[in-house]
Design a protein around this ligand. Sequence first.
Ligand code: PAF
Length: 285
Amino acid sequence: MTKVVESVAEMRALVTDARKTGKSIGFVPTMGALHEGHLVLMREAKKICDVVVVSIFVNPTQFGPNEDFDAYPRTWTEDLAACRSVGVDAVFHPLARELYPEGWGTWVEVAGVTDKLCGKSRPTHFRGVATVVTKLFNIVQPDKAFFGQKDAQQVIVLKKMVRDLNMFSEIVMVPIVRDADGLAKSSRNAYLSQEQRQAALVLSQSLCKAREMANSGERDIKAIKAAVMNHIQSVSLANVDYVEIYSFPGLAEMDILDQDALLAIAVRFGSTRLIDNVILTPKST
Ligand code: PAF
């Protein structure tokens, strides 16, 4: 039976009770508009933890002034049914005033890994993510929290936050879930026209190309980036925001692929901005 919880007090009571009986808590924070990628996170949490909590909250503080906060898909009925189908124990669905009460004014800023990739084009985004995830962790007190690799930078930022602030919870990264044709699952795919969705296949195709280059021994980061960029730019509907390669998980600059690296891309199709990534491993010699 999946319980719907709207208040912080009730959520705290539920996890306190679970802890009293020695149960571990798994947590999947989401903004709703749930898709198969989220369901995989929930199933993973269920495998490892005794009690699974999912939060559904479209967090206003992680959207910039001209971003899609108002338009972001809100599909509560379907989302709750999806959580029930997986058998999660509780869905935390707070109102904005419950998390951001009158007079609220405390931010969590993670330095060093938030000024590049998505942090460059969305300068206030990770401050909003780190702040809301801290609040949710304080309420749910999870042993483990599950996040998708599609938002790889988010995972890196949150792992650093947990380490820097001596937080109790462990961040678990779960591999990207894709449609059969390769498009990474995303709540924002719902914005795409049929033509844009077809064009967006260039994302996973260009990442595959890069992985093939790395597997066949290419070590020149500039050459890999250029190949990805050219491939994406060959599609007229694609508008590149960035194509970047940094060390993984440190996000340091690199010229030669001599350690694991994150190849991350962000591309606009009309007004919809999609991200995708792959972790490149140097060919062993
Ligand atoms: O990945 C998301 O959906 C959001 O950034 C998160 C982690 C739920 C915080 O609002």
